[in-house]
Write a protein that binds this ligand. Structure first.
Ligand code: CP
Length: 316
């Protein structure tokens, strides 16, 4: 499924990045996810596509939504899911990433879902293993399954993916450290939406092709989607101490700013949310905030991705 896959002997492909996908791939994944969403809403809970498959998570960074939704998606599809706990594993005794990944494959898992604090790790694991590898977020690089889920949410909200054409999307805050912003912005560009990066200079990536704003007030009334981002304190360099008051003054989406947004505009956030920093308490509970839908649709997106990777293949 993914252009980053370099292994020639792999029976099935990997799911590693949005940049390795085509618009047609994304349309297919979103359509399938939407189909799962409809069936789920009608009460269906037993889907068969992953029967006899077992998926394992290999997360070197914390997660609630991504890990749990991969687990939920696997189980809804009739598969088994194993949570690999790094802290209680032999990684704590010094076992390398490569050896750990090879052990998981030898244990007979059908696929491994990898999250890591360093860019490129899922891609490296994919080169080591024969089984499919899914990127659940690598450093500041990509978070492709989040982007598929967000497309499902936007297609639901605006009626179709075609409706995204011509829309303006402000990614607000710590864009430089956000793998979500990178994947979602790439995905939206395939459907004709334009990104604007809004944040202080140290939180904006060095790209020349994207409009930049240094204050949320400059753009808030013009955008169709305000995509709010968490300040990733864990990725800031020691010298990059955040002046929280100044940040809030210029970049927080508060009730006052939200009222200036277009009537049809929506607010998104991938979570976890720092209420009081990037959004205020009112916005965190606003009806226009799609964050709960993003989580719900994340399950259907991951069902679609897993089913595409493993659905036609015989499990172990
Ligand atoms: N959106 C997201 O990646 O959230 P988690 O870190 O909780 O998985």
């Amino acid at each position: 499924m993914n252009g980053d896959n370099t292994s020639k002997s792999k029976v099935m492909e990997d799911f590693l990045s949005i940049s390795g996908l085509t618009k047609k791939d994304l349309v297919g994944l979103v359509d399938e996810a939407t189909n799962y969403q409809k069936r789920f809403r009608k009460g269906e809970r037993c889907f068969d596509e992953l029967r006899s498959h077992s998926v394992v998570s290999l997360f070197y960074e914390n997660s609630t939504r991504t890990r749990m939704s991969f687990e939920r998606a696997t189980k809804l599809l009739g598969g088994e899911f194993a949570y690999f706990d790094i802290a209680s594993s032999s990684v704590a005794k010094g076992e390398s990433l490569r050896d750990t990944a090879i052990v998981l494959e030898a244990l007979g898992f059908s696929a491994v879902v990898v999250r890591h604090y360093s860019e490129g790790v899922p891609q490296q694991v994919a080169r080591w293993l024969e089984i499919p590898v899914l990127n659940a977020g690598d450093g500041c690089h990509e978070h492709p399954s989040q982007a598929v889920g967000d497309l499902v949410t936007l297609a639901e909200r605006f009626g179709s993916l075609e409706a995204l054409k011509g829309m303006k999307v402000a990614f607000v805050g710590d864009v430089a450290h956000s793998r979500v912003a990178r994947s979602v912005s790439l995905a939206l560009s395939m459907f004709g939406a334009t990104s604007i990066f809004v944040g202080p200079p140290e939180m904006i990536p060095a790209v020349t092709s994207v409009e930049i704003a240094r204050n949320l007030d400059e753009v808030v009334a013009d955008v169709d989607i305000a995509y709010m981002l968490r300040v990733q304190q864990e990725r800031l360099l020691v010298r990059e101490t955040l002046d929280v008051s100044s940040y809030i003054r210029r970049f927080q989406l508060n009730d006052l700013r939200a009222r200036r947004m277009k009537k049809e505009a929506v607010i998104m956030h991938p979570g976890p949310m720092n209420v009081g920093v990037e959004v205020d308490s009112t916005v965190s509970k606003a009806i226009d905030l799609l964050a709960p839908a993003q989580v719900r649709n994340g399950v259907f997106a991951r069902m679609s991705i897993l089913s595409r990777l493993l659905g036609g293949a015989q499990g172990v």
